[in-house]
Design a protein around this ligand. Structure first.
Ligand SMILES: Nc1ncnc2c1ncn2[C@@H]1O[C@H](COP(=O)(O)OP(=O)(O)O)[C@@H](O)[C@H]1O
Ligand SMILES: [Mg+2]
Length: 322
């Protein structure tokens, strides 16, 4: 691939879009921060979404917008972001937080010593917003006691810090709140990152809007050919489940194919090839959303890329799709 093509692909993959559920979630997080700053209230928030809907990206953008600043008298860090590791322990989570807070020796001390340091450092640098990603890794009471303890620990940390907190995770994080009444009370405000929440538009239409917003940033134009908009909307939705991560993978792969073949536009056949290469190798013929023979249905049955059980199994250890 020549240098210019490489640069164009790299620029496309870094593109950030303000699609409706992403934008609403972003605005709501900022609103929680503003409410806190105005002294009005502490508003916590739960944001759920399947993998690849943009939750971690949202956190990254918030951190970028409110970065740590080094001032002559002290460092100021408005946002503390932490991603809960799988099989989390209190010490492990505290250590991640200490690293983020710039502690020179995050691994040092017992669990409770680390916790005390987290609270002290967070107050010292003026943390005003806590973002807890992958909250689904905190399991409910039925699971291992360590993870149950992490849930309780987070609860007491919130009480100690007294800043707005956003929990982000897979939809099953709602189970955690269902069984943990105290956390539920603190996170009564909830949002979903998925498409399909606009009463005036079908989910397929929303997905097509997202496709075109992304396509407008592509270095090579997309050509719809003789296809109808409605049919393309369904194909795109079934191919990506309406998730921005899959849409992006699909388009990046199609752009690469177009560069390789020196095409001056991307057609449905490139998307079909990209779907097979990036999303589902078994997705051929009737099971490829961009093929002429496609069955026009969601690909969520057993063994298919958007099977619910499969996604749950992946989060227990197998690598995720995205
Ligand atoms: N707002 C966005 N605009 C463009 N691409 C995005 C956006 N949000 C997510 N992505 C893409 O999707 C990929 C997965 O997003 P991520 O935030 O990791 O999802 P999640 O945390 O929900 O699993 C990212 O690497 C990025 O390429
Ligand atoms: Mg994530």
């Amino acid at each position: 691939m020549i240098h210019q093509e490489f640069m164009a692909l790299s620029q496309f993959s870094q593109e950030h879009l303000n699609f409706p559920p992403f934008m609403s979630a972003f605005e709501e997080v900022e609103r929680a921060l503003q409410l806190y700053r105005s002294g009005a209230m502490i508003q916590n928030l739960l944001i759920t979404g399947e993998s690849g809907t943009g939750k971690t990206t949202l956190c990254q953008l918030i951190c970028q917008k409110y970065p740590r600043v080094v001032l002559p008298e002290r460092d100021v860090q408005p946002v503390l972001y932490v991603s809960i590791p799988p099989a989390a322990t209190i010490g492990g989570v505290a250590e991640v937080m200490l690293t983020r807070l710039g502690d020179p020796q995050p691994g040092q001390g017992t669990g409770s010593a680390k916790t005390a340091r987290v609270a002290r450092l967070a107050k010292g640098v003026g943390v005003e917003l806590l973002l807890i990603d992958e909250a689904n890794h905190i399991q409910d009471r039925g699971q291992s006691p360590t993870q149950y303890l992490v849930g309780d620990w987070i609860k007491s940390l919130l009480d100690n810090l007294q800043v707005p907190t956003v929990l982000l995770g897979l939809p099953r994080v709602e189970n955690l709140l269902r069984v943990n009444e105290q956390l539920r009370r603190r996170f009564s405000r909830q949002m979903r990152m998925e498409l399909g929440q606009n009463p005036d538009k079908s989910v397929e239409q929303e997905c097509l809007d997202l496709f075109y917003t992304l396509a407008s940033c592509m270095p090579i134009p997309f050509s719809i050919g003789s296809e109808s908009w409605e049919s393309l909307a369904c194909r795109v939705y079934f191919a990506t489940d309406g998730r921005v991560a899959y849409l992006k993978k699909l388009l990046i792969s199609a752009i690469r194919l177009a560069f390789e073949q020196s095409l001056n536009e991307i057609r449905r056949q490139e998307l079909a090839q990209a779907f097979e290469a990036e999303i589902w190798p078994q997705g051929t013929g009737a099971l490829n959303p961009f093929s002429r023979d496609f069955v026009f249905r969601r690909l969520d049955r057993q063994g298919e890329p958007f099977e619910q059980g499969a996604l749950r199994a992946q989060t227990r250890g197998r690598p995720a799709h995205v």
